[in-house]
Design a binder for this molecule. Sequence first.
Ligand SMILES: Nc1ncnc2c1ncn2[C@@H]1O[C@H](COP(=O)(O)OP(=O)(O)OP(=O)(O)O)[C@@H](O)[C@H]1O
Length: 247
Amino acid sequence: MKTDPKAAVRFIDLNKSYGAVHVLHDINLDVPEATTTCIIGPSGSGKSTLLRCTNLLERPEAGKIMIGDEEATARDTNIDKLRERVGMVFQHFCLFNHLDVMDNVTLALRKVRKMGRAQAEALAMEQLDAVGLKGFERRRPADLSGGQQQRVAIARSLAMQPAIMLFDEATSALDPELVKGVLELMGELAKSGMTMIVVTHEMRFAREVAGRLVFMDKGRIVEQGPPDEVFDQPKSPRLQHFLNQVL
Ligand SMILES: Nc1ncnc2c1ncn2[C@@H]1O[C@H](COP(=O)(O)OP(=O)(O)OP(=O)(O)O)[C@@H](O)[C@H]1O
C-alpha cells in the first residue's frame, strides 16, 4: 500500500463487527497532518464506527490504527493518554448536566491531568474565550442553546491540547440557525492547522473546509481525494448516486 509519510492517523486493514454484523471492511486510510479529512456517506455506512475506533470507544477486531508512531490498537495502550491526544466531539454534546460550564471544561484537566484548579480554570478560560463563551462559566448546560453546548464540548476537548480532533456529526442535533456558528468555529480550527477527522452530512462544509474527502459506503472506503475532485468527478456509481441525493 502507498502510504503518506506525514500521516497523523493511519488505518491499516481495519475490520470491525458488531456481533454477526460486519460493519467495517479492510479500511486502509492515511489521514494527513494539519488537514481536515471529511468522511461522508449514506446512513449506516460505518462513518461513526470508524471515528469511534480511532480513540478506542470501539475496538476493531482486526487491523491496526497508528496515531503518529504509536499503535493505538496495541493491547497495552493507555486509553486516557490516547484520548488526551485524540479529542472527540459528539452529536449530542455529552456534557455533564449537573456541572456548570467551567467544571465541564476543567473536569478532565483536574482528574486525568491532575492539574490544580487555578491552572485548569486559566486554561479553560482561554478556550471558552476562543469559542465565544466568556462570561458563561457558571451556567449549567440546560441554560445554554444547543450551539452553545456544542461550543462548551469543543472547548472541553481543546483544553486537553489534543493533537487530533474527531467530530462525529457535531451539528446534526442543532437547530438549523445554530449550525452555521458551530461550523464556522470548526472551520477556524481547521485553518489554525489542527488535524481533524470530521464525519458530516454538511456537504458545503466538506467542500469548503476539507483538505481530503473520503466517501464510505457499506463499511468500505469507495473513493477519496481532494473535495473538488470527489464532488465534481465522482468515479463510482455509488458516489454519483449519493451525491445526486444530497446535493
Ligand atoms: N453499538 C452497536 N451495536 C450494533 N450495531 C451497531 C452499533 N453501532 C452501529 N451499529 C451498526 O453499524 C452500522 C454502521 O453504523 P455507523 O453508526 O457507524 O454508521 P454511520 O455511517 O455513522 O451512520 P449515520 O450517518 O446514520 O450516523 C449500522 O448498520 C449500525 O446499525
